[in-house]
Design a protein around this ligand. Structure first.
Ligand code: GTQ
Ligand code: FE2
Length: 352
């Protein structure tokens, strides 16, 4: 390096000519495609239940992307975690600026309390915790409850907008009837006219599996999307748009034997396999999945899903940061045209 360059760097100055390679032709995420198989997650959850008391923090296993070197992140913008609450336990009340979703994996009858409203959980339910809402979780049943958390933590950190507070009591006081938001906002295409607030996050806190399943089942013969199959986005009941300012949630059904076409888009995703068995090819690598597996997809990675069963539907739940990309005019999508829309498989993902 020339003397000039050394002095320049020491002064906190770099030449654009030194950084040309950083202006990449297309996104080159450090996050990689990765899968956490259900057997591994279940074993870790069981051990966490034995080894870790509930204490001040939640008993949530945070899924770190191996490409992000110890960063608290599953993708560049989102963290996914598996949380366990044992019978009789309460996860203490707190709030934070990151927005959270929960997708219930196992157990019925535990609750999350969000700003004074208790929302009761059943498998397949989606529950929201908007930014800065007080929340605590409780399990008064006699069985463990397990769910997947999704939060926009890495995005909030990148924006230097992280705030966190513990509440001074174990539980936040209840001020509303149980499932009040479902009674008010949980009507298909019918919105309460007297509610004037238009919160950025959906005011409906619970999207029940019963309702989600009815919608999927009603569309099981739909030709739907060549890349995403029978993909439904959970929506904000007042705006019809994404549930949350920073995250969208999707549920998608892939019909028996269906092999969807490959595409790529900006924005990252984390998938949870709700049921069925199949495979996703991500940038040429085959990820064979089954119920309970968690898979992460980086931005701009070519991906295609297939249901490898000829009898049973496969269902994927996902969180996506697409609303952020869309709000900023950065969402781009591209279909693979070669190979009739299918990638050549060059490797297979193996658990290390
Ligand atoms: O349950 O409130 O996985 O605050 C990470 C942060 C869960 C929660 C996580 C949280 C929570
Ligand atoms: Fe929280």
């Amino acid at each position: 390096m020339s003397d000039f360059h050394e002095r320049m760097h020491a002064a906190g100055i770099y030449g654009l000519w030194e950084l040309a390679s950083k202006m990449t032709k297309h996104p080159e995420p450090r996050a990689i495609a990765h899968m956490w198989p259900s057997a591994l997650l279940e074993a870790m959850v069981r051990e966490a239940g034995e080894a870790v008391p509930i204490g001040e923090e939640r008993r949530a296993l945070q899924l770190f992307n191996p490409g992000l070197e110890g960063q608290w992140a599953t993708t560049n913008t989102m963290i996914a975690a598996i949380q366990l609450l044992l019978p009789g336990e309460v996860a203490r009340a707190h709030r934070h600026t990151p927005t959270a979703i929960r997708f219930i994996m196992e157990g019925e009858g535990a609750y999350t309390s969000v700003d004074g409203e208790r929302v009761y959980m059943a498998p397949g339910d989606l529950i929201l915790t908007p930014s800065w809402a007080w929340h605590d979780h409780g399990n008064a049943t006699d069985k463990p409850v397990v769910w997947m958390d999704g939060l926009d933590v890495p995005l909030i950190q990148a924006l230097n907008a992280m705030f966190f507070q513990m509440y001074d009591q174990e539980k936040f006081p209840l001020t509303k009837p149980d499932n009040a938001s479902a009674a008010l906002h949980g009507h298909v295409s019918l919105s309460p006219t007297w509610v004037k607030e238009r919160p950025r996050s959906s005011p409906l806190l619970l999207y029940s599996w019963a309702q989600t399943w009815r919608s999927l089942a009603g569309l099981r013969d739909a030709d739907a999307d060549p890349h995403d199959g029978i993909a439904l986005e959970y929506t904000h009941p007042q705006t019809g748009r994404a549930l949350l300012p920073t995250m969208a949630c999707w549920i998608q059904m892939i019909r028996p034997g269906a092999r969807l076409r490959a595409h790529r888009h900006t924005g990252s995703a984390v998938y949870y396999v709700v049921q069925g068995a199949g495979e996703t090819i991500i940038d040429g690598c085959r990820f064979a999945w089954g119920r309970g597996d968690v898979i992460t997809l980086p931005s701009w990675a070519l991906h295609e899903h297939a249901n490898t069963s000829t009898h049973d539907a496969a269902i994927l739940f996902s969180i996506q940061d697409r609303p952020v990309l869309e709000a900023l005019g950065l969402f781009r999508e591209e279909a693979l045209t070669e190979g009739e829309g299918h990638q050549a498989v060059t490797s297979t993902f193996k658990v290390t």
